[in-house]
Design a protein around this ligand. Structure first.
Ligand code: SF4
Length: 84
């Protein structure tokens, strides 16, 4: 008796190295303090005017703690984490 295997290629791997959590910026309230880039330099850079450029990818698990700190320490409350 033959058995059939189901190829579920749409499933998410448990070994997915990303958290799926994204760091989002509200540019309407950001004041360009730059604190966030100091706390999370691996994920945030500053443009020529000192405003943040957030990496267009999920926050890696090892940076989540620093990302949470950037959110809470932003004087303008311009950052938030969204996702899993
Ligand atoms: S710390 Fe907050 S206000 Fe300052 S640049 Fe970063 S997001 Fe903008």
């Amino acid at each position: 008796m033959a058995t059939s295997a189901v190829n579920n290629s749409n499933s998410t791997s448990v070994n997915d190295p990303t958290t799926g959590t994204r760091l989002l910026l509200d540019p309407t309230v950001c004041r360009g303090h730059g604190v966030c880039a100091e706390l999370l330099a691996e994920h945030i850079s500053l443009d020529e005017w000192g405003y943040p450029i957030i990496a267009d990818r999920p926050v890696p698990p090892d940076l989540l703690r620093d990302a949470r700190r950037a959110v809470t320490d932003c004087p303008a409350l311009a950052l938030r984490l969204e996702g899993r």
